[in-house]
Design a protein around this ligand. Structure first.
Ligand SMILES: Cc1cc2nc3c(=O)[nH]c(=O)nc-3n(C[C@H](O)[C@H](O)[C@H](O)COP(=O)(O)OP(=O)(O)OC[C@H]3O[C@@H](n4cnc5c(N)ncnc54)[C@H](O)[C@@H]3O)c2cc1C
Length: 317
């Protein structure tokens, strides 16, 4: 798998974006490897249930859905490798991805490492990170057993995380900065029905309060005066995540907002290197969209490697 072997395509990240890219490239008979650091570490992998993925009737666990995608890709010949990419060298004709277990070489690379929840928009957020501030309910919910917590955000991720937290906390207050939540109605209804959940719409968390540990939040609702709410934890989902690009060490052109620049076929500023899914930030964060990106990029890789079409540089912002 490593050493002298040269893949047609190495995909870094086996979430819906990477796994779908693998389905398309392996099906097109490209020698494909997918590096992934863990089935349950990405956004879909940690999602307890998803009900809006086309073709899946009813609810399914995110990791279960991912396992199906990976099985499908593997059935076409894609090789899944448990490894974490820690660096890369895209300067030569053959691209190198450095993992903990070895170096992976390929003619093309698709980056599909997703994004992690980090916003740092609220006063006190950075100060209390790990001391009551969290971005991951599955990781940290157990620390807040029988304690009151706040969740801030308006996305389906925020609602789903709040729902998960109701299993642990004495009370979960979801503060949406916008007047309406941008999440499926049934998900919002499920949260609203929980006896220990409250949804405050148009409520902006202005400050996280505490001494050493989170003790409360200060928030503003409907232009009235600031109010304080005692909580032990604050889960922040204000900005979606920050792209997981640290391992790329600045080899690709990045926009002012810190996002990887890609063209319409998801090719980056370096020919042969593509990026798809949540790692791109000007983007709707949904599994089906990530999967679609992956399919488009894999088709573009195939065109490139088989010389079907000259790739252009048509940057989209
Ligand atoms: C709580 C929650 C609920 C959601 N609910 C829904 C929903 O109901 N419906 C919906 O459509 N979408 C939902 N989403 C959004 C959806 O999960 C994401 O948009 C989608 O998973 C993005 O796919 P991706 O492949 O780009 O990234 P991810 O799913 O995050 O996958 C990235 C992969 O890259 C791997 N990786 C990261 N860094 C490295 C590295 N250095 N080396 C190797 N591997 C690496 C990770 O292990 C992971 O497997 C939800 C997200 C969350 C967090």
């Amino acid at each position: 798998m490593q050493g002298e072997e040269i893949y047609d395509l190495v995909i870094v990240g086996g979430g819906p974006a990477g796994a779908t890219a693998a389905i398309y490239s392996a099906r097109a008979a490209l020698k494909t490897a997918v590096l992934d650091k863990g089935l349950t570490t990405g956004a879909l992998g940690i999602t307890s249930k998803i009900a809006n993925y086309p073709g899946i009737d009813g609810e399914i666990g995110g990791a279960e859905l991912l396992a199906i995608m990976r099985k499908q890709a593997a059935s076409f010949g894609a090789e899944f490798i448990d490894d974490k990419a820690i660096g890369a060298d895209f300067s030569g004709e053959i691209k190198q991805v450095y993992g903990n277990q070895g170096v992976y070489q390929a003619k093309a690379v698709i980056i599909a490492t997703g994004s992690m929840g980090r916003s740092n928009l609220i006063k006190g957020e950075a100060e209390f990170l790990g001391r009551g501030v969290s971005y991951c309910a599955i990781c940290d919910a157990a620390f807040f057993k029988d304690a009151p917590i706040a969740v801030t955000g308006n996305s389906d991720e925020a609602v789903e995380e709040a729902l998960y937290l109701t299993r642990f906390a004495s009370k979960v207050t979801l503060l949406s900065p916008t007047p309406e939540l941008r999440a499926p109605e049934e998900l919002i209804a499920e949260l609203a029905e929980k006896p220990n959940a409250e949804i405050l719409k148009g409520a902006v968390v202005r400050e996280i309060l505490g001494e050493g540990q989170v003790q409360g939040i200060r928030y503003l609702m409907r232009a009235q005066k600031d109010r304080d709410m005692p909580v032990n934890g604050v889960f922040v989902y204000l900005q979606g995540g920050v792209p997981v690009t640290d391992w790329l060490q600045g080899q690709l052109e990045i926009t002012e907002a810190g996002c990887i620049r890609v063209n319409r076929e998801y090719e980056t500023s370096v020919p042969g290197i593509f990026a798809v899914g949540d790692v791109l930030c000007s983007h709707i964060k949904q599994a089906v969209i990530a999967a679609s990106d992956g399919a488009i990029a894999a088709i573009a890789v195939e065109k490139r490697l088989r010389g079907k079409k000259q790739m252009g540089f048509d940057w989209s912002k």
